[in-house]
Design a protein around this ligand. Structure first.
Ligand SMILES: [Mg+2]
Ligand SMILES: [Zn+2]
Length: 179
């Protein structure tokens, strides 16, 4: 008998929760993590609506020796502290630490991390959403059977289910749809 899992919202990190670092650079210290306006509020709205929040992030800076794992953990603490003030939390953080040519199954657009979380946390991918600011987020979500919201300009290169200007706007779209 198959159990009915919970819906999740898989959140990209850089450019979705926090300001995106310049291309080819990384958030390499906790001080460089800066929340985007409304992002924490958006997570709280989704959590209250019953979506399990998880963060799924490509962190190629690890493979390149430019980001330390310790810093990822410190940033997680910052994120959880901010969310605790809003009575919610990220249930899991998952990173792809690999480089482009490592051929791993976890670097988005591959859906590996989403599938792993679905098994671990008993999530229903078909009722889950991916929110991110890159085509790779949308493609990973599609590959995992989730619905997707792209943050930013309407794309030409991928087909998200929704487009929104911010995580808060995305959260409002998702929760309105469900109501
Ligand atoms: Mg991003
Ligand atoms: Zn990987």
């Amino acid at each position: 008998m198959s159990r009915v899992g919970r819906p999740a919202v898989f959140l990209d990190r850089d450019g979705t929760l926090n300001t995106r670092p310049p291309s080819h650079s990384y958030v390499s210290s906790p001080d460089e993590f800066a929340w985007l306006d409304g992002a924490a509020e958006g997570v709280a709205l989704l959590a209250r609506a019953g979506y399990a929040p998880a963060v799924v992030s490509n962190q190629r800076g690890i493979a390149r020796g430019l980001v330390e794992e310790r810093v990822l953990r410190q940033i997680e603490v910052r994120i959880q502290d901010e969310l605790a003030a809003r009575d919610c939390r990220i249930e899991a953080f998952r990173y792809c630490p690999h480089d482009l040519d490592d051929q791993c199954a976890c670097r988005k657009p591959a859906p590996g991390l989403l599938l792993e979380l679905a098994r671990e946390l008993d999530l229903d991918l078909g009722r889950s959403w991916v929110i991110g600011d890159s085509e790779s987020d949308v493609l990973a979500g599609e590959a995992a059977g989730c619905k997707t919201v792209l943050l930013g300009a309407p794309p030409s290169s991928c087909r998200p289910d929704r487009v929104a200007g911010s995580l808060l706007e995305a959260a409002r779209l998702i929760t309105a749809e469900r109501a």
